[in-house]
Design a protein around this ligand. Structure first.
Ligand code: URA
Length: 335
């Protein structure tokens, strides 16, 4: 009789242990951390955490210790290796000095939990993956109408250059010529930028050139054919476009970003009063929508258009670029 109740008790214990184990795994699997990855940063807006551009999305994931399964594994590993579980409990222990042996509950094998697709970031992407990701992003930008500039542009200007560039230049936004060609810095300011790049011992094709705003901000949007119709992007336009530039930076993952002019410097470094307060110093780039896998330096200098208007500033701009060259180990070409 006593034997029977011990058996019943043992059977109950067995059921309880199996049920508990199963629950444990089911609830652990339902948690994102159990999959081995957790989201590092949030999106700027309330869009779902789901990457929007497949493998190129810069939404980052980092490996975390899957605490619940780990605890579980630790608990299991403490059990003796035999196929039976020896228990001695309460009254039964007094009545039966011999330990009761019951069959060890079989470990519950939960269905494998697939981690979410880990979007590659610049540091881990191949050249082909970067090229495809930037092309996909450029296509998104060309269809973008997140702000009113999308209605008045002739062409969006996503940016161009080497997908593995060590150095990236970021201007404020396309002007007249860029709007017509769909390429950044192709007007007079662009010609000066080309000279600045050459003075650093680099070719335009070796760097990546982009803008904060991807569409032409116009003073008079009714007349896109007018010259002298350029203006800086406003705060709303910058906010709408920011995620595109941030994705570009996270894909390319340059060593240094040079912010050209006050609009770019204030958008990417700090909303200081003037470019003068920011230029000529290295900062560590911190993005709103993306965590970069390694630090990227940023330095602000004069916009080439400002240098065309104020050639006396070129000396200071050259000093800024020499800081970048020293940081990157670049040598000016011999004349
Ligand atoms: N000025 C900018 O800021 N960007 C360009 O692409 C051209 C001129």
């Amino acid at each position: 009789m006593a034997d029977k109740s011990v058996r019943a008790l043992a059977a109950e214990l067995k059921n309880f242990l199996s049920a508990h184990e199963e629950e444990d795994f089911v609830s652990a699997a339902a948690q994102p951390a159990a999959a081995g990855f957790s989201r590092v940063t949030g999106q700027e807006d309330n869009t779902p955490a789901q990457p929007q551009m497949g493998p190129a999305s810069p939404v980052l994931y980092q490996q975390v210790s899957p605490s619940r399964p780990a605890q579980h594994a630790a608990a299991v590993s403490k059990q003796p290796p035999q196929d039976t579980l020896t228990v001695v409990f309460g009254q039964a222990a007094q009545q039966h000095p011999q330990p009761v042996t019951v069959e060890k509950p079989q470990p519950v094998v939960s269905a494998p939990v697939c981690p979410p697709d880990q979007p590659p970031v610049g540091g881990t992407m191949t050249t082909e993956e970067k090229t495809a990701a930037l092309a996909e992003l450029a296509a998104t930008i060309k269809n973008c109408s997140r702000c009113p500039l999308g209605d008045t542009r002739l062409n969006a200007v996503p940016g161009e250059g080497n997908v593995n560039a060590r150095l990236m230049f970021v201007g404020e936004g396309p002007g007249y010529d860029e709007d017509r060609q769909g390429r950044p810095f192709v007007g007079r300011a662009g010609q000066l930028l080309d000279k600045m790049i050459a003075a650093m011992g680099l070719k335009r094709e070796e760097v990546f050139i982009a803008n904060i705003a991807k569409c032409h901000p116009m003073v008079d949007p009714q007349h896109p054919e007018k010259h002298g119709n350029d203006r800086a992007p406003n705060a709303q336009e910058i906010a709408c476009c920011r995620k595109y530039l941030e994705k570009q930076i996270s894909i390319i993952l340059p060593e240094v970003v040079v912010a050209l002019g006050g609009v770019s410097a204030k958008a990417l470094i700090a909303d200081a009063k003037s470019l003068g307060a920011l230029r000529g110093k290295f900062y560590t780039l911190s993005l709103d929508n993306v965590s970069l896998p390694r630090p990227v330096k940023i330095l602000a200098t004069f916009h080439p258009a400002a240098l065309l208007r104020n050639p006396g500033w070129k000396k200071d701009a050259w000093a800024d670029l020499q800081m970048v060259m020293a940081h990157m180990g670049l040598k000016a070409p011999s004349k």
